[in-house]
Design a protein around this ligand. Structure first.
Ligand code: GRF
Length: 207
């Protein structure tokens, strides 16, 4: 399936710290990513990422699931905001919600996520702890398109990070995060540049 042309207007969806949001904004500022962050949506009012967005003069709103009857109603409210902001690509960056049909239907193959492991290993919460406890020697970060399943859509880019003998969850997470901050803007640029198709589960670049 061809991805087609994606407008270079991003929405970044967050629930917390927002360091990937910061990395995206930084890459735009330095010209490595040719895009605009049109809107930031946080699912939590206390998310530090909201402050980062406002400091960068980016439109930022908080939409809380508990203010809506159910997930569909919550997502329909998000879709309304996203369409009004004329967004082409949704970038999940620490957004602690499973994505459902209203968003997937409104943005087919236009939702991307970053996860701190080499998927399909260690989906879900605390991926860095899972990797450490499993004893893998290499883990990393994955940028993937989002479908209805958790951390499961076609993989766009990955970066490997070795696990060191004296790693703790904190030290490993910190080294993975450094890679995330480089990987996510690169993956977004690739998606926006087009020339890609999805064949089965594979994200394939046409010659
Ligand atoms: C990152 O580790 C990301 O991979 C995961 O959640 C974390 C978000 O961090 N999905 P931040 O809010 O971008 O700092």
């Amino acid at each position: 399936m061809a991805l087609g042309r994606i407008p270079r207007r991003l929405a970044v969806l967050i629930s917390g710290r927002g360091s990937n949001l910061q990395a995206i904004l930084g890459s735009i500022r330095t010209g490595r990513l040719d895009a605009t962050v049109a809107l930031v949506i946080s699912s939590r009012p206390e998310a530090p990422g909201l402050l980062r967005a406002r400091e960068a003069a980016v439109d930022a709103v908080c939409l809380q699931p508990r203010d809506y009857a159910d997930r569909d109603a919550f997502e329909r409210a998000m879709v309304e905001r996203l369409l009004a902001a004329d967004v082409g690509l949704l970038c999940l960056a620490g957004f602690m919600r499973l994505v459902g049909q209203p968003l997937l239907r409104a943005f087919p193959n236009r939702i991307v996520n970053i996860h701190p492991s080499l998927l399909p290993a260690f989906p879900g919460l605390e991926a860095q702890r899972q990797a450490l406890e499993h004893g893998v020697r290499v883990t990393g970060a994955t940028v993937h398109l989002v479908d209805a399943d958790l951390d499961a859509g076609p993989i766009v880019l990955q970066a490997a990070v070795p696990v060191l003998d004296d790693d703790t969850v904190e030290t490993l997470s910190a080294r993975i995060l450094v890679e995330e901050h480089k990987l996510y803007p690169r993956a977004i640029q690739m998606l926006l540049d087009g020339g890609w198709t999805i064949e089965g589960r594979r994200f394939v670049r046409r010659a």
